[in-house]
Write a protein that binds this ligand. Structure first.
Ligand code: 13P
Length: 334
């Protein structure tokens, strides 16, 4: 039996991206695999009235159990609605998205269990195979009005099962043909972002190739573009981690002003995972060091959740520009 995403209270990404293009912002796509992350994401987005894409990777599905994770996301929608009523806030649109789907079967399983959006990542395949796999997923997902993200170009870095030593930038001359042949709803591109906390070598100037982005935009005007690997690796968090026994050497992220510029363009979705991991780890290490007598997980996970929430609030307001955009999206959906 298929569970439709709208019966769970999710929306797909179509209206989100339409409004993001019109109003020049990017929808946050934040990964989660546990309760505190999910609460922080949803509360930050509700308080800033931002749309949000809850991202679940294959690894997260394995870690938290795919059934539990889906019910957690569904519970987050119900929590959002209740708190919106209690605090007299507007509701926000929430999408549930599979991050880096690596097979048709995985995408199908997510569509059938209530995801409103899936990514099929065939970027490591030869072009024609990427086209064929992506088209197969699109043809299936669109029957249920689930939106699909494809990828062209390879990001460097390590993200759970997704590993690449070197990146290869998206070739602007391929994008229009890829969209035409596959029918995808959005396209992830490689312009120098990468997964993880080590995006540039020490001494290297952190810079993404906005020139390639603009060239791609010219070839597919008005089409939603996605940036993966967009953590900024806050140095304050890295310093706290290292101060309290951590060992992160030379971790560098994407400067927030470059992401802000990308968000003003056709980039409609920005993926952020590592920053949350760093902020959470920094706070937990700090509590362990400053309150060694504590052993109740709520006493360190609670402060970590609050630190995460503040980080997401800042991203929505100052980087993605998504704060205050929820009502415009809901108006399109209704
Ligand atoms: P970061 O590792 O930069 O947070 O990227 C996450 C991501 O792209 C998830 O798909």
């Amino acid at each position: 039996m298929i569970t439709t995403y709208n019966s769970l209270g999710f929306v797909n990404t179509r209206a989100m991206f339409q409004v993001a293009l019109k109003n020049s912002f990017a929808v946050p796509a934040y990964n989660f695999n546990n309760m505190e992350q999910l609460q922080a994401i949803v509360m930050a987005c509700l308080e800033t009235q931002s749309p949000v894409i809850l991202q679940v990777s294959k690894g997260a599905r394995e870690y938290a159990d795919r059934t539990l994770l889906r019910y957690m996301a569904q519970g987050a929608v119900e929590m959002m609605k209740r708190i919106a009523r209690e605090k007299n806030l507007g509701e926000i649109p929430i999408a549930l998205h599979l991050d880096h789907g690596d097979s048709f079967e995985l995408c199908k399983s997510c569509v059938e269990s209530g995801f409103s959006s899936v990514m099929i990542d065939g970027s490591h395949l030869p072009y024609d195979e990427n086209v064929a796999l992506t088209k197969r997923v699109v043809d299936y997902a669109h029957q249920y009005d689930v939106t699909v993200e494809g990828e062209l170009g390879i990001l460097a870095g390590v993200e759970e099962d997704v590993k690449a030593e070197n990146h290869s930038f998206t070739r602007p001359e391929e994008v229009a043909d890829f969209l035409r042949q596959t029918g995808v709803d959005s396209l992830a591109i490689a312009i120098g972002t990468s997964h993880g906390a080590y995006k540039f070598k020490p001494g290297q100037k952190p810079m993404i190739r906005l020139d390639i982005l603009h060239e791609i935009e010219k070839r597919i005007p008005g089409f939603p573009i996605v940036l993966h690997g967009s953590s900024s690796v806050p140095q304050a968090a890295v310093e706290i981690i290292n101060k309290y026994g951590g060992k992160l050497n030379g971790s560098i992220g994407i400067p927030e002003d470059q992401l802000r510029e990308a968000a003003r363009s056709a980039v409609c979705k920005i993926n952020i995972d590592s920053d949350g991991r760093l902020v959470m780890t920094a706070k937990i290490r700090e509590v362990f060091a400053s309150k060694p007598e504590e052993f109740d997980p709520r006493k360190y996970l609670g402060p970590a959740r609050e630190a995460l929430k503040q980080m997401y609030i800042s991203k929505n307001k100052n980087v993605l520009g998504s704060a205050g955009q929820a009502p415009a999206i809901l108006a399109v959906i209704k």
